[in-house]
Design a protein around this ligand. Structure first.
Ligand code: MG
Length: 457
């Protein structure tokens, strides 16, 4: 399936499923959604970026009302932060996140810097369906009138400065290897590391995704070159981003990937500590989605903090954080949210906070990680052709585990007495049911998944 249009945005293979016409139509729809004013547009570093942007600009400018500010190569979190900071009327990020280089896509940001919640995303999809041939004819003509003078990255860096103690980090003499995967983080992340006064070495550093030597998702198997570079440079930590730099993965001082789910756990632990010391404002809560590791519960327990679990989808976590005032949050895929900076997943905030954590604690990454228990996650899936079949499978599973503690806000999550859990939900983007289990042993996690498959299938 090479075109995904969902409430999370649009992704496809540029020139095949993601056509210029489709992008223009989304531009027109977003112009109507924003209703005038100024829209910021940033891109990651795909070769189709300029062509997608051109089509998007034509759509956004179809009736000549919107002002467009092109902020160039810029991470998704930076666009989110800058839209809010400047009081813009929305933002669009041209990116397919971790999809391969030939893919591209669009993510839409509302004025408060978060993605569109499901009801508003549905409104945008309705507006997309309503785009007429006349609208498209208008979009073909007209002057583009795009402004490009804004130093948007600097605005994000200024925000980050407010949550960290630069002198403290500088004095620790830390060494860092950075793997930006030649993505949108390639320009701004070295500037952040310079600002923090750490010695750093870059790999996959050119802002051109075709030059990246690894698969783009920052999972442990894809970032072995980073591990090697950390060992060679004698670095304290290695960081890897995905192409639009919302996700952050970590390699420890031995060059071992600690797993993406651990990024949020470490940052949340540090932020709960700051809250306890009165150095950070917020509620003693962490927001994350239902499929995020239970290490986060262990971390929260140390600080008497509450964990608020949301439906899957970044915006659901963002909304929960805004509502509860939680001091920290994010997702287990390496997505860290620091509300003092913004309510989106922000790899740059993650980097700054983790370097400060290392500087203040005087501990190694491996020591910080070993301070919490480890669990094993296992994932599988069931084919599912229709909404009705999905509902039947979920009903069977809910009955099967009726005696256990259940959370049914997104599919069915079963929380067993020993702390292991099983989460079964319909995918938003594929005709499958996703099944995830986490337990103290790999054997147990696999057994939970197998039981769900045999009970639901
Ligand atoms: Mg991403």
């Amino acid at each position: 399936m090479t075109l995904k249009i969902s409430i999370s945005g649009v992704r496809g293979i540029y020139g095949e499923t993601l056509t210029a016409e489709l992008v223009k139509k989304f531009g027109i729809a977003f112009a109507r959604y924003a209703g005038g004013g100024t829209v910021l547009v940033g891109t990651d570093t795909r070769q189709s970026g300029p062509a997608v942007k051109e089509a998007l600009f034509r759509g956004l400018r179809f009736d000549g009302k919107l002002k467009i500010v092109d902020v160039g190569y810029l991470p998704t979190p930076s666009v989110q932060v800058v839209v809010k900071a400047l009081g813009a009327d929305g933002g669009v990020i041209v990116t397919a996140s971790h999809n391969p280089p030939r893919w591209n896509g669009l993510k839409f940001v509302r004025p408060d810097g978060i993605f569109l919640p499901p009801n508003e995303a549905q409104k945008l999809l309705d507006l997309y369906e309503q785009v007429s041939a006349e609208d498209l004819a208008l979009a073909r003509e007209g002057r583009l009138d795009v402004k490009t003078e804004l130093e948007a990255g600097a605005i994000h860096l200024e925000k980050l400065k407010k949550i960290i103690d630069i002198e403290r980090i500088k004095s620790a003499g830390l060494k860092v290897v950075m793997d930006t995967c030649c993505g949108a983080g390639a320009l701004i992340t070295p500037k952040l590391l310079d600002l923090l006064g750490v010695r750093h070495r870059q790999i996959n550093a050119e802002p051109d995704i075709e030059k990246c030597r690894r698969a783009l998702e920052p999972t442990p198997v894809n970032i072995t070159e980073l591990g090697q570079a950390v060992r060679e440079f004698g670095a304290d930590i290695g960081f890897a981003q995905d192409p639009d730099a919302d996700r952050l993965a970590i390699v420890d001082e031995h060059g071992a990937a600690i797993g993406e789910d651990y990024t949020l756990c470490l940052v949340a632990e540090y932020m709960l500590g700051l809250l306890k010391q009165g150095r950070l404002a917020g509620a003693n809560k962490i927001c994350t989605n239902l499929s995020t590791t239970r290490i986060i519960d262990d971390v929260a327990a140390k600080y008497g903090a509450e964990v608020i679990r949301t439906k899957i989808g970044e915006v659901n976590v963002s909304l929960a954080m805004k509502k509860t005032g939680a001091v920290a949050g994010g997702e287990g895929n390496g997505g860290v949210m620091a509300p003092a900076v913004g309510f989106g997943r922000d790899s740059l905030a993650g980097i700054a906070l983790l370097l400060q954590y290392l500087a203040e604690s005087g501990k190694k990454v491996s020591e910080l990680v070993s301070g919490n228990p480890r669990y094993y996650m296992h994932k599988t899936k069931l084919d599912c052709a229709s909404e009705q079949q999905a509902a039947e499978i979920l009903a069977k599973l809910q009955a099967r585990y009726a005696a256990e503690k259940l959370d049914t806000q997104d599919g069915v999550k079963i929380i067993f007495a020993d702390g292991s859990w099983l989460h079964i939900r319909q995918s938003n983007t594929e005709p499958i049911i996703r099944i995830i289990a986490e337990a103290k042993t790999e054997e147990k996690a696999r057994a939970l998944c197998a039981d769900a498959v045999s009970s639901g299938g």
